[in-house]
Every structure is written in structure tokens, then in C-alpha cells.
Design a protein around this ligand. Structure first.
Ligand code: NAP
Length: 517
């Protein structure tokens, strides 16, 4: 695949496709475009390293709660996964290896952050302004920035006064020694559940400020044996079967989220029994017992969460945090909790898709305005009013039960199909999802979401403050696959612009080495 060329639009770099973000989504998209012979492509990455969330989340115990043989690309299986649930460093190494194997690194423009992308209606071209100056012009923009990029840090009174280190779990300081410290942790989602057990044993004291108890499921985590790894190396078929078995096993977990109350009640019964086995103190049991249906928030996977909370040096505080003081945290009942370090495990601004980038579509339409009542997209990948613009991991494509990498692959295949049609050239320069098609899709999606557990009364990053579910796909992952595979591209209008730009060809000479900046 050709990378990019400078000019002919002044100093702007011209490409056929600009992908924003070099995480799992961006890599997947670039590889699929390469296979389809679509280019030149650039991947715009704001950091100096690829990896997205797996570059950012380096907290102790960081890992994936989806099994590794499924949390990886189907087209790049890895027989060498060391354990059923890989840790962060192994996942990041996998991503780096995939980028090298498919020769994607040369397409990445590192240390480059998109400030704004605006659609030039006349020329059918996206003009992308880069923070600090510079412009990239692209016929198509594909955002692959993920949903869990921007940490959410509560704006607590007195924050600045806190004397010790305080940081978000996704910004863990290098080389931090927490041994012997009095540590406060706000939040008990998937991130906290992974790092609290890792740091609690050596802490002088750990205070967990919990707002809502989590539903906890056991994690069947173990190392693969040498014999298993050798078998996977020998037999790609054995590895594929292993992956398929994991996929089907996870698919059935969707039943917990749907109408089948029986499945949910069964899960809840088992989860509470496990909790009681580890927690003897009736008061602590009460604090840890959720009062909302399982799955409404993400179910966390852990074998050591409850044993950790039962430790004598760990306290679970359910009173709300009122303010920070120089020496610790004050809760709403006036109690002071003396702390040396405070860790925000408070999640991400997941409903603010694509922010802080400014995306302006046809006729100056601002995506933030279009999404003022909550993000919405066609099949999770396109938005009416935003021609030649696509997303990976867009609205309503997240899962609580299966692998998001599977979803990325489905979306990248669909977008590639769209671009093949677009660049055939017979039907014009610009494609845009029809407003009626998008509205009909979202009516069906909302109706299906209303029948899920997420429509319940709990808060989570799956939905906006007024209860609109913007993150989750409404059904089985396989159903999304089928819906995307069978979707007609007649849902898009193909038009020609007044003054279309000269198309770039795949073989156009390169003048700007992408990785050089
Ligand atoms: P999260 O699931 O959104 O959890 C945030 C936690 O912080 C919740 O317990 C929340 O309480 C609490 N919180 C937020 N604001 C608060 C405030 N102002 N005061 C007190 N408590 C507050 O965030 P996360 O644990 O970072 O995980 C985010 C997502 O990342 C996960 O759901 C998952 O999809 C992904 N993740 C995945 C893995 C993996 O293994 N695949 C690992 C880590 C993270 P409430 O519940 O009351 O809102």
C-alpha cells in the first residue's frame, strides 16, 4: 500500500484514507484496506507509540478479561499466548508484532493529534487540522479512537490541596512504589478490580471508596501448558477450534443481558454464593451486595477481589467522598480517611465519542451538535450529514460479553466494502448514509435495547446521564456480524461533488515518509 503524498493542495499532505488512532481498531482497518489495495492511507496517532488503551493502561495487574485467543485478530492468530487471559504487556507486544508483520508502522504518523476535521462540500474532501499546525487532506476519514480514551476524573472540592500523589488508573506513574503507603482508591470497576488485589498486600492500608457494588464473576485464568502451545503452533485448525469454542461460550453469556431472567438469576445466585464464601463479615457482605440486575454495569471478572476486600488492612467505604484534604479524603458523614496516595479508578468519558476533536460535516454541521442528545450512528459506523466518514467502535458497538476485536473486524470489513464501492468511481466521489436508513436502524436498535438489562435503572458508562444507551450493541456479537454482512449499501447515497478532487491512485509516488514525523 502506498503511504501518502504532499500537495497538490498547498502544504497539506494528501491521502485517500486517513485513519485516526493506532489502537486495535486503527491497525485492523489499515490491514484490511491494504489487503483490498486501497491507499494511500495514513494513520494519525497522537502518541509516540501505537497500542491505544493497551499502551495507556499500565497499572499493576492490567490485563484483559476476554480470553486472548479471541481477543486477537482472526487473521493474525497467536499460538504463543502464555495464558488464557493475557496481561497488558503481552497484548501490547502482540499489537506491535502485528504492525510489523503487516508492515503498518510506515503508515503511522506518530505524535500527531487531530484538532479538527471538516468536510469541504465542493471538493468532497476532508481537511484535517493537526494540533500545533499542519494539515492532512483525505478523501475518507475513519475514526478509530475508541470509547475508553479520555479518563473521567471527578471534580472534587479541595483536589489541589491533597499533599500526596493522585492520579487516574490509566495514567499510572512509572516506578511508583506503594509499599507501606496508605492508599485510597475511588471506584471499583474493571480497572480497580485488577489493580487493587496487586497493591493491597504491601499497602499499610487501602481504603476503597465504593459508590455501587459490582457483580463479580470468576475468571478462569491459567497459563497454557507447553503441550497446548506446541499443539497450537503445529495445528492452526486446533487453534481456530479453540477460538470458536471461546466465542460460542461467550455468546451464550449475552442471555444474562436479555429477556431471559432465568439466566440472570442463575448468574446472580452463583455470584452471591461466591461472595459469601469469601466474605464472613455480614456488614461487608451487605455493602458488597448489588441491588441492581447483573450486567446493567459491566460484570467484573476476578478470583481475588473478594479475598482482597476481606483483608484486615483493607476497608470498603460506601459513604460518598465529599472533599479532598491535604492529608486524605473526607466523606459526607464528616469522617476523615488519612491517605498518602489517591487513585482515581473512575473510568472514562465514554459517552463523549470523538471529543475533543471537532468534526464538521456537510454544510458546517458539527458532530457535537448532531449528537447533543446522545451519540447515534448507522450500524455504529456512519452518520448522516457526514459523507465519507466512518468510525470503528462507534456508538452502540460495545459489548459486555464478547470480544471487541471481533466487532472491529466486522466493522473494518464493512467499511472496506463501502470504500471499494466508493472508489470504483462509477457512482461518484462521495457516499453518505441516508437519513431515513439511519433513523430506521436506530428505531430498531432502541426497541431492542429497551428489552435489555441496560434499560434498567443503574448508572454506567454504557449510557448518558439521561439514560440513553449509547455504548452497547443490543444483541449477540454474531448477530451484528450477520447484520453487517448482509446489509445493503443502498442505505447510502452516492453523489458527485461540484468540483471533485483529482483522485489519488494507489501507485502515486510518495514524497512524505509517513513514519518520519
Ligand atoms: P468503570 O467501569 O466506568 O468504573 C468506574 C468506577 O468509578 C465505578 O465504580 C464508578 O462508580 C466509580 N466512580 C466514577 N465516578 C465516581 C465518583 N465521582 N465518585 C465515586 N465513584 C465514582 O471504569 P473502569 O474500571 O476504568 O473500566 C472502564 C471500562 O474499561 C470497563 O468497563 C471495561 O470495558 C474496560 N476495561 C476492560 C478491561 C478488560 O480487562 N478488558 C480492564 C479494565 C477496563 P459507579 O459504579 O457508582 O458509577
Amino acid at each position: 500500500m502506498a503511504a501518502m503524498s504532499s500537495g497538490p493542495e498547498g502544504d497539506a499532505t494528501r491521502v485517500k484514507v486517513a485513519i485516526i488512532g493506532a489502537g486495535f481498531g486503527g491497525l485492523c482497518m489499515a490491514i484490511q484496506l491494504d489487503r483490498a489495495g486501497i491507499g494511500p492511507v495514513v494513520i494519525i496517532e497522537k502518541h509516540a507509540q501505537l497500542g491505544g488503551t493497551w499502551r495507556d493502561n499500565t497499572y499493576p495487574g492490567a490485563g484483559c478479561d476476554v480470553p486472548s485467543h479471541l481477543y486477537s485478530f482472526s487473521f493474525a492468530p497467536n499460538p504463543d499466548w502464555s495464558r488464557t487471559y493475557a496481561r497488558q504487556s503481552e497484548i501490547l507486544a502482540y499489537m506491535e508484532a502485528v504492525a510489523d508483520r503487516f508492515d503498518i508502522r510506515r503508515l503511522i504518523r506518530f505524535n500527531t493529534e487531530v484538532a479538527e476535521a471538516r468536510f469541504d462540500d465542493d471538493r468532497g474532501l476532508w481537511l484535517i487540522d493537526v494540533v500545533g499546525g499542519g494539515r492532512i487532506d483525505a478523501e475518507v476519514v475513519i475514526s478509530a479512537t475508541g470509547q475508553l480514551d479520555h479518563p473521567a476524573v471527578p471534580d472534587l472540592p479541595g483536589q489541589e490541596s491533597f499533599a500526596g500523589p493522585r492520579f487516574h488508573s490509566a495514567r499510572w506513574p512509572d516506578g511508583l512504589d506503594l509499599a507501606g503507603k496508605r492508599i485510597g482508591v475511588i471506584g471499583n470497576g474493571s480497572s480497580a478490580v485488577q489493580f487493587v488485589p496487586e497493591i493491597a498486600a504491601d499497602a499499610a492500608r487501602l481504603v476503597l471508596f465504593q459508590r455501587t457494588p459490582a457483580w463479580v464473576s470468576p475468571k478462569p485464568d491459567r497459563a497454557y501448558t507447553d503441550a497446548e502451545i506446541a499443539r497450537f503452533r503445529r495445528s492452526p485448525t486446533a487453534m481456530k477450534l479453540h477460538r470458536a469454542k471461546i466465542f460460542l461460550g461467550l455468546e451464550k453469556n449475552f442471555l444474562v443481558f436479555g429477556r431471559a431472567r432465568f439466566a440472570r438469576e442463575q448468574f446472580q445466585k452463583q455470584a452471591l454464593a461466591i461472595m459469601r464464601r469469601h466474605i464472613a463479615d455480614p456488614e461487608l457482605r451487605r455493602r458488597l451486595t448489588p441491588d441492581y440486575p447483573a450486567g446493567c454495569k459491566r460484570i467484573v471478572l476476578s478470583n481475588d477481589w473478594y479475598p482482597t476486600l476481606a483483608r484486615p488492612n483493607v476497608e470498603v467505604v460506601t459513604r460518598r467522598v465529599a472533599a479532598l484534604r491535604p492529608g486524605g479524603v473526607e466523606t459526607v458523614d464528616g469522617a476523615r480517611h488519612d491517605l498518602d496516595v489517591l487513585i482515581y479508578a473512575t473510568g472514562f468519558r465514554a459517552t463523549e465519542f470523538l471529543q475533543p476533536m471537532k468534526i464538521t460535516g456537510r454544510g458546517g454541521l458539527d458532530l457535537n451538535d448532531a449528537w447533543s442528545e446522545g451519540a447515534e450512528a448507522h450500524r455504529g459506523v456512519a452518520v448522516s450529514g457526514f459523507p465519507n466518514f466512518f468510525m470503528l467502535f462507534g456508538p452502540n458497538t460495545s459489548l459486555g460479553h464478547n470480544s471487541i476485536i471481533f466487532m472491529h473486524e466486522v466493522q473494518a470489513t464493512y467499511i472496506t466494502r463501502c470504500l471499494k464501492r466508493l472508489f470504483q468511481g462509477r457512482r461518484g466521489q462521495v457516499m453518505e448514509v441516508k437519513a431515513q436508513a439511519m433513523a430506521a436502524y436506530n428505531r430498531g436498535l432502541r426497541a431492542a435495547l429497551d428489552r435489555t438489562v441496560w434499560a434498567g435503572s443503574c448508572n454506567s458508562w454504557y449510557k448518558t446521564a439521561d439514560g440513553r444507551v449509547t455504548a452497547q450493541w443490543s444483541s449477540f456479537a454474531s448477530r451484528y456480524w450477520w447484520a453487517m454482512r448482509s446489509a445493503s449499501l443502498d442505505e447510502y447515497a452516492f453523489t458527485t461533488c461540484d468540483a471533485p478532487v483529482r483522485a489519488l491512485s494507489q501507485s502515486q509516488a510518495l514524497t512524505t515518509p509517513a513514519g518520519a514525523s
